[in-house]
Design a protein around this ligand. Structure first.
Ligand code: ZN
Length: 160
């Protein structure tokens, strides 16, 4: 059974807004706008936006960038008690990394119907083989997180 946990909604929204601001930075570089922040002990210790094109790095998803930065900042390959805020439902690569990082909770904004594995394409974090349980919650600032993506794709279509 999951431990009940006190969730501070306005705090979640404030951190998600930071992730959204990072997503906008990515969009300005022509990257699909997804942003993430990693919070531990109430402090942001990692930030990232999706940047596989500019970094020539297929693993440079927002979550990956934020988690790498946070682990470096914490000088720890595990991030216990931390919360990851990401504007889009994580993919299978990032969900795996979240478990490896021992992140306690993941909060995401918009659904990713094609590649999201938290609720859209299966429920990764509830798989029995995992040795670490991650709490997860979607739908925080979902509309803003989704519209920055749809606006980006609309503008890109208009240009081509
Ligand atoms: Zn990913």
């Amino acid at each position: 059974m999951r431990q009940p946990q006190i969730i501070d909604r306005s705090r979640d929204q404030a951190f998600m807004q930071m992730a959204l601001d990072l997503a906008a930075q990515g969009a300005a570089l022509g990257e699909v706008p997804v942003g993430a922040v990693l919070v531990q002990h109430g402090e942001v210790i990692g930030r990232g936006f999706n940047c596989p094109i500019s970094g020539s790095d297929p693993s440079a998803h927002a979550e990956m960038v934020a988690i790498r930065a946070a682990a470096q900042a914490a000088s720890n390959y595990r991030l216990p008690g931390s919360t990851l805020y990401v504007t889009l439902e994580p993919c299978s690569m990032c969900a795996g990394l979240i478990v490896h990082s021992r992140i306690a909770r993941v909060v995401y904004g918009a659904l990713e119907p094609k590649a999201g594995v938290v609720q859209s394409q299966g429920q990764f974090f509830t798989q029995g083989f995992l040795n670490h349980r991650v709490l997860f919650e979607g739908g925080v600032l979902a509309e803003a997180c989704g519209s920055i993506l749809s606006e980006f794709f609309k503008a890109r279509r208009a240009r081509s």
